[in-house]
Write a protein that binds this ligand. Sequence first.
Ligand code: SF4
Length: 322
Amino acid sequence: MIELSDRVLSGQAITRRDARAVLKSGDDELLAVLQSAFRVRLRHFGRRVRLHVIENAKCGMCTENCRYCGQSADAAGAPVYPLKSVSAIVQGARKASRAGAFRYCIVTSGRAPSNAELERLCEAVRRIRAELPIRTCASLGLLTTAQAGELARAGLDRYNHNLETSRRFFPEICTTHTYADRLTTAKVVKSAGLELCSGCLFGLGETVEDRIELAFALRAAGSDAVPVNFLDPRPHTALAGQPRLKPGECLRILAMLRLVLPDREIRVAGGREACLGVMQPLALFAADSMFTRGYLTTGGQGLAKDRAMIAEAGFVLEGVER
Ligand code: SF4
């Protein structure tokens, strides 16, 4: 496995065969796999960790049927509320900034933002940019070229739109929009000059080959940042009975992504606490960023424990310089 990081560090791309070897390696090789990912992480990011805070700015009422999502048309039980006010969104950013977050991620449920919603979100982004030392990201669903341009002009740094899984497996998890729709939004984001945050959700029932296809699709799409979610099955969703991935499997996935996307931000995201358990700190040997203070509809272990975990594992938090 060390030979793999030698090759990556010398500028060669790893192949699908290499990625398969990582994902299929056994638990006895886990530390060797992580060491390989860590050497690449060290080269590009040192020991720094960036914290991201999610603002669930509009929850529920979604027309789409993503099978994993507690806010989908087919699920029940998640809170439901319309888009928050500009001042509430800015207040969330202020709290995130005080907590030492590098980036504030504004997320809304739904297929795509309405123009009125976009106007309000652009106003919030303008104010955050003017008032606070924190970077911004928005995750608002499918986007038109005009909408991406408006967000870029408002000063948004980054837009999130996950591919989630492979092209082959995508119709198994959503039928109200297509993989091609997602790729189109990824292209629109890049064309508008925004950074693209596009990642994945593992543990949906996909195969090893789906995981490899996804990693290479993210590289081809030019994803600047890759949030890596592990399914923590939500009650009242179609995937409620899906078993959680084991910690070793999650760590091999993170290591594989680090080797396929050596200089891209890899963020350990939803499902970190639930799927990795006591192995959580090991994720930082591949990932260079993480969410804190929980996720969209689930809580996390909390800021104090996250900060302690980072420090005790020998990593260093990085804030924003402006
Ligand atoms: S993931 Fe987004 S688009 Fe899909 S059901 Fe949930 S809120 Fe809707």
